[in-house]
Design a protein around this ligand. Structure first.
Ligand code: BG6
Ligand code: MG
Length: 227
């Protein structure tokens, strides 16, 4: 008999809600103060990456700038986060991406566990603002892991906490680093977005409105048979 998944782990930024734009605007504001210009193309490589790692990539881009001490970097990252918190103040359930509420509902009705696997320290706050916290059996945010994506820890931590084997898990991601993390965890990866960035996903859709719970489960079962 075909094996059903036991746990689906959702990324937050770019899968459940589009906070990527807010992260971009907040980083752009900080980078400009340091005389560093970033654009949306550069921002692609910041998706799924932790706050401090994102700062390092921006500082590397402006490599002519002076080196910063750890304390100075903490101040810069905190400043970026204060811009970000101002921007996300306005988030409401209207900011849930198309198809996601339905997907979570079908996921729950199928009695399959639900976890969040996010690199963001703001994840619990955002879930609260979206009115979605009650769907989640477990939340992994940046404070619960030592190594961020593309390391698999964000995903394996969710499976470990809920007592599920990795091969019975699905991870849904919009970032290249996230898909890599799911694959490294030996889980079934669902990518949302452009093939140019997400070619390694086991199953790929263009946008969240195309995420269909039945289809995802069928694709998981095909993959699981060859596992
Ligand atoms: C990820 C985002 O979910 O969280 C990244 O894709 C972001 O862009 C990272 O840098 C960390 O977020 P936060 O809220 O802890 O600064
Ligand atoms: Mg994401």
């Amino acid at each position: 008999m075909a094996k059903s998944p036991e746990l689906v782990i959702y990324d937050l930024d770019g899968v459940i809600t589009d906070t990527a734009e807010f992260h971009y605007l907040a980083w752009k504001n900080l980078a400009e103060q340091l005389g560093i210009l970033i654009d949306r193309n550069f921002n692609e490589q910041l998706k799924g990456i932790s706050r401090m790692d994102s700062l390092d990539r921006i500082l590397e881009l402006g490599s002519s700038a002076k080196p910063f001490s750890y304390e100075e970097k903490v101040e810069l990252a905190t400043r970026k986060n204060s811009y970000y918190l101002e921007l996300i103040e306005a988030i409401t359930p209207d900011h849930i991406l198309p198809g996601i509420k339905n997907l979570l509902q079908e996921n729950r009705e199928a009695n399959i566990k639900i976890a969040l696997g996010s690199a963001s320290k703001n994840a619990p706050l955002i879930l609260e603002k979206l009115g979605l916290s009650h769907y989640f059996d477990y939340v992994v945010d940046a404070d619960k892991v030592k190594k961020g994506k593309p390391d698999p820890e964000t995903f394996t931590a969710a499976a470990d906490a809920l007592g599920v084997s990795y091969s019975n898990c699905i991870g849904i991601e919009d970032a290249a680093a996230g898909v890599e993390a799911v694959n490294q965890a030996n889980m079934f990866s669902v990518g949302v977005g452009d093939r140019a960035h997400l070619a390694h996903a086991h199953y790929l859709v263009n946008e969240t409105s195309e995420l269909d719970f039945q289809k995802i489960t069928q694709q998981f079962q095909k993959w699981r048979q060859t596992y």
